[in-house]
Unconditional design. Structure first.
Length: 222
């Protein structure tokens, strides 16, 4: 992945923990306040042909699919996503109904994994659905409940922070897998696997931007 990705790798700087991208990929209408953590993870196929125009200039540098995965799964991916964050950007434990090919371009991603058969130990609960909003470009982010109210099922325990509690309450020696994925590496994450994701940059103390791309393949469940 050359071209504009090379420009991102050489020109990205970190301001208040948020990557500052070249003008072609900067969303200038969104302000960033001190202490806020930026994480580009829209999960809407932002690098797919149907993903809008925001990242159109990058698509020539990203394959539309992973050939061996497309052959094995007998289909093209439903979505191709770009992820940009830093060491403060963390994804809590969850599972996805997609076969996932996750490739790191810069920095490292640290996955804590549990198979579908052990997801029960994370004690899923229903939580109110909400989104972060701003009253104005200079206002702080606030959590705004969805209207009308809806709920989402999410893990109530963290397999990194709460591992001792998970083992105690499950009365079972839960053994997560730990995988670090570096630049040029790809992780195949099967559908239904629970994953908690941390990341670290390639600068001092793990600072710096972390950039990754993933391909989501739909599955047929019976």
């Amino acid at each position: 992945m050359a071209g504009l990705f090379a420009a991102i790798l050489t020109n990205t700087e970190t301001t208040s923990g948020c990557p500052t991208l070249p003008p072609a990929t900067t969303h200038s209408s969104v302000g960033v306040l001190p202490g806020e953590v930026c994480y580009l993870q829209s999960q809407n196929g932002n690098l797919s042909e149907t993903g809008g125009d925001e990242f159109q200039a990058l698509r020539q540098d990203v394959p539309r699919d992973v050939p061996w995965a497309s052959e094995a799964l007998d289909r093209l991916p439903d979505a191709v996503n770009l992820w940009i964050g830093d060491s403060r950007s963390t994804t809590s434990a969850h599972s996805d109904p997609y076969e996932n090919i996750y490739t790191v371009i810069r920095g490292r991603k640290h996955f804590t994994l549990l198979p579908p058969t052990e997801g029960w130990s994370l004690q899923e609960r229903l939580y109110p659905h909400a989104t972060y909003t701003r009253a104005s470009p200079t206002s702080p982010l606030i959590l705004t409940p969805t209207s009308p109210p809806t709920h989402v099922s999410w893990a109530s325990l963290d397999p990194v922070r709460d591992l001792h509690r998970i083992r105690r309450e499950a009365e079972y020696d839960v053994q997560p897998l730990h995988v670090s994925v570096g630049p040029g590496d790809a992780l195949y994450l099967p559908a239904g696997w629970w994953h908690h994701v941390r990341q670290s940059g390639d600068g001092p103390d793990g600072r710096g931007a972390v950039i990754a791309v993933n391909w989501w393949y739909d599955i047929e469940m019976r």
